[in-house]
Write a protein that binds this ligand. Structure first.
Ligand code: ADP
Length: 741
């Protein structure tokens, strides 16, 4: 009854008379969206159902966004398998995210091209705070970035500094640059000379920096350098620098800042995204011309002007190393929060963009580190007044394509990659031989060398094409095939295989193995990425890594797994377990210190989560070290505190073996031994039977060996250990390892 009633009502309903055009458009839009969605789903299903060889290297590009063009080119070149919509089970070898690690939090294996929390760590405030901490400990080594104030928290100090400079009548009048904490592409940046010109609207945080006015100019223009760095792994630390980069030029000839030109952003800022809007932007595609040039062309120009460009490059490498070492403790804290022990997760790598300015004396200055540098291959061009179009930029491709290709080669599982290539090569050659073996054999082969037809080309379709070409060539040349390979052929139809045949087939296998191994080794050698750490700067950076030990203590006492802040109980436990009370710190003093520091670091806690952040904990350690572990330098005080805490915790790994460089245990067929979280990963040394303990010692330990017996004993007593110098081979043979008491 009710149904018939509603039917009657619906029939009675008048036709919609006020049918609007907007409704129609919305309907059309929705239908279009639905169709798009269905198309995507269909494609996805097709892709899933397609056969993918088990050992193919798979790349998930579903979240690559603007990186897609360059990534796709590299994938094609390397012969990997792309998943533009991801995989249902998220089981790709590499997951490429455009922005954050958190773009896809459901990744439980493979590698992700972002470290957790890296966006936050590379924000201007956090980055310069990390650098400030190390500048405090190593003032001369960490003098490669401008003096920085954090606003509004340090507004008072900032204005006092300006007033002081005015009183001293410093010439030229000092200028400062204000940058929003999380800004990018020159957004919200301005110069000022008086503190009252600072405006903090919306309660946004800013950094204020001294403006570096005496910069090196090329063709009268200011420029900065974009250096690409691949951070391959955190534990053990390993990173590479790209030999090629970009130089971004301003578009108005540079003049020292005056009250008149202080607002001219096309003169003082070098951001590409900003200057491309300038009418004087030069789009020349020649590498040493235009408003965007290659790094190598700039270095060449510097050399042509009679300066030492190698020295400039070395200084840039040092800046990169010291900056990465400064952010590693923060990264470790973030990493353990995203992937606490016990939770399976992806391992990470990241391409970073370092912005570097050259001063007039060619001293490089770090301006910022970009966690997601632009990898776009397009540049904007004004085709008509006010109408912009994206066009392909060969200059960008020349730099970004090798960078991403070599990054992928470095991070994909190499054994899997080689295995897949070898199988493919073998199958291809066998097929080739099988197909040619039943052709009429000529008595005198023109080409007998099977290896002369080596093709390891990434693109599958290319490979197939080449395969056809080779087959044609071979038949044209009446080429006979190596007997060894024919014997391997699947269509030979023989069951019994002679010893000779078996031997030659073995040779065939090893030949291909060698060929593929060599191919990839050469590829990595020719790579545009050069290893900085640990290969070159290991020894030099070792002393800057003290803060990792403090980060280790912080992580140890966090209490709640996956947390980023230490609570009052955790802090008290830290004081108790590290026996700080024996050093005269009462429980009350510990509590007061915690409350005081929590208040001081509250501005770093916009979400108002309870607890003390890592920077606050570091502050606490500095304070405790100053009060209770006094030594002539800050670094020694901190080292004393770290030693004391580690010994009090009686870590089972706290022996000399742990201080030895990380070894290639796996290569020797031994089980890999995970170091304690406090151990700093050192050099990686390949062990042979001839390696002695001398080769494994660090500089500090070598010095100790030259020291007097008493000194050594004192050192060992302090570290609670004894050791007998012995050969590394016996050390690894499981006989006598350096033992702790
Ligand atoms: P963003 O993240 O918005 O690009 P940057 O820190 O890279 O901000 O600064 C933008 C531009 O401002 C730089 O490319 C550089 O030309 C200029 N700049 C930034 N800091 C300074 C400084 N301390 N001295 C001189 N120029 C600077």
């Amino acid at each position: 009854m009710a149904a018939s009633k509603s039917l009657l009502e619906s029939l009675k309903k008048p036709e919609p008379t006020n049918f609007k055009m907007t409704d129609f458009r919305r309907e059309l839009h929705l239908r279009h969206k639905r169709e798009e969605h269905m198309k995507k789903e269909r494609l996805k299903a097709q892709q899933e159902s397609r056969y993918v060889p088990k050992y193919a290297i798979t790349i998930d590009t579903s979240r690559a966004r603007s990186n897609n063009d360059v990534l796709r080119m590299c994938i094609r070149e390397l012969g990997f398998k792309e998943y533009p919509f991801g995989r249902k089970d998220n089981s790709c070898d590499v997951h490429w995210h455009a922005i954050h690690y958190e773009d896809n939090p459901d990744v439980y294996g493979g590698k992700v091209n972002k470290f957790p929390g890296m966006g936050e760590i590379c924000s201007k405030m956090t980055l310069f705070r990390c650098l400030d901490t190390l500048r405090d400990l190593f003032p001369t080594e960490y003098d490669f970035y401008p003096r920085t104030w954090y606003l509004p928290a340090q507004f008072h100090e900032f204005s006092c500094e300006i007033r002081k400079l005015h009183e001293r009548r410093v010439k030229p009048k000092p200028t400062f640059i204000i940058k929003p904490d999380t800004g990018a592409q020159g957004d919200g940046i301005y110069l000022l000379r008086e503190p009252n010109e600072y405006s903090s609207y919306n309660g946004k945080c800013h950094v204020a920096q001294e403006y570096m006015s005496n910069v090196y100019l090329i063709d009268k223009f200011k420029f900065d350098l974009r250096i690409y760095v691949l951070l391959k792994s955190l534990e053990p630390l390993e990173f590479y620098i790209c030999r090629e980069g970009l130089a971004r030029f301003s578009t108005v000839p540079y003049e020292n800042p005056t009250n008149k030109n202080i607002h001219e952003s096309f003169m003082h800022l070098t951001n590409y995204s900003l200057n491309k809007r300038s009418s004087t932007f030069n789009r020349s595609e020649r590498e040493d011309e235009g408003s965007k040039r290659t790094l190598s062309s700039v270095l060449r120009r510097i050399a042509m002007n009679g300066h030492d460009s190698n020295k400039v490059w070395k200084s840039i490498e040092r800046i990169v190393c010291r900056t990465i070492v400064a952010i590693v403790p923060e990264m470790k804290v973030e990493y353990q929060a995203a992937m606490p022990p016990g939770k399976s997760g992806a391992s990470c790598f990241q391409v970073l963009g370092f912005d570097i300015l050259l001063l007039h004396n060619l001293k490089p200055v770090l301006l910022e580190v970009n966690a997601s540098p632009s990898l776009s291959l397009d540049s904007e061009q004004e085709v008509a007044p006010g109408v912009f179009e994206y066009v392909h930029s060969p200059k960008d491709e020349e730099i970004k394509f090798p960078l991403i290709r070599d990054t992928l080669l470095h991070v994909v599982p190499m054994e899997k990659l080689k295995y897949y290539r070898k199988r493919k090569r073998k199958r291809m050659l066998r097929k080739l031989k099988a197909s040619t073996s039943h052709k009429t054999k000529r008595p005198e082969p023109l080409v007998k060398q099977r290896t002369s037809i080596v093709i390891i080309k990434a693109d599958e379709s290319d490979e197939e094409k080449r395969e056809v070409n080779v087959t044609q060539q071979m038949s044209e040349m009446h080429m006979d095939l190596d007997h060894s390979v024919v014997s391997q052929g699947e269509s030979t139809g023989r069951d019994t295989v002679s010893d000779d045949e078996r031997e030659s087939s073995l040779k065939f296998d090893t030949d291909i193995d060698e060929e593929v191994d060599n191919y990839y080794e050469n590829k990595l050698k020719e790579s545009c990425l050069k290893q900085l750490y640990p290969a070159i700067y290991d020894e030099e950076c070792e002393r800057f890594r003290i803060l990792e030990r403090v980060a280790g203590l912080f992580i140890y006492f966090l209490g709640i797994r996956g947390s980023l802040r230490i609570g009052p109980t955790g802090f008290r436990t830290f004081a108790r377990k590290c026996r700080l009370n024996r050093k005269g710190m009462t429980n009350a003093a510990v509590d007061i210190m915690y409350i005081d520091l929590q208040r001081r670091w509250d501005h770093m806690n916009p979400e108002r989560t309870s607890g003390l952040c890592y920077q606050g904990f570091l502050d606490a350690c500095m304070e405790i070290a100053r009060r209770k572990f006094y030594a002539p330098t800050k670094i020694e005080m901190l080292e004393n505190l770290a030693d004391h805490c580690e010994l009090s915790l009686n870590l089972k790994d706290n022996d000399l073996a742990n201080n030895l460089p990380r070894l290639h245990f796996r290569r020797l067929g031994l089980q890999y031994r995970q170091g304690s979280m406090f151990a700093m990963p050192r050099r990686v040394i390949e062990m042979t039977e001839e390696t002695t303990i001398e080769d494994l010692l660090t500089t500090q330990e070598k010095k100790l060996r030259q020291a007097s017996k008493e000194d050594i004993e004192a050192f060992l007593r302090k570290r609670r250990m004894t050791y007998q110098p012995t050969s590394a081979a016996s050390l690894l043979g499981g006989t006598k390892s350096p033992n702790s008491e």
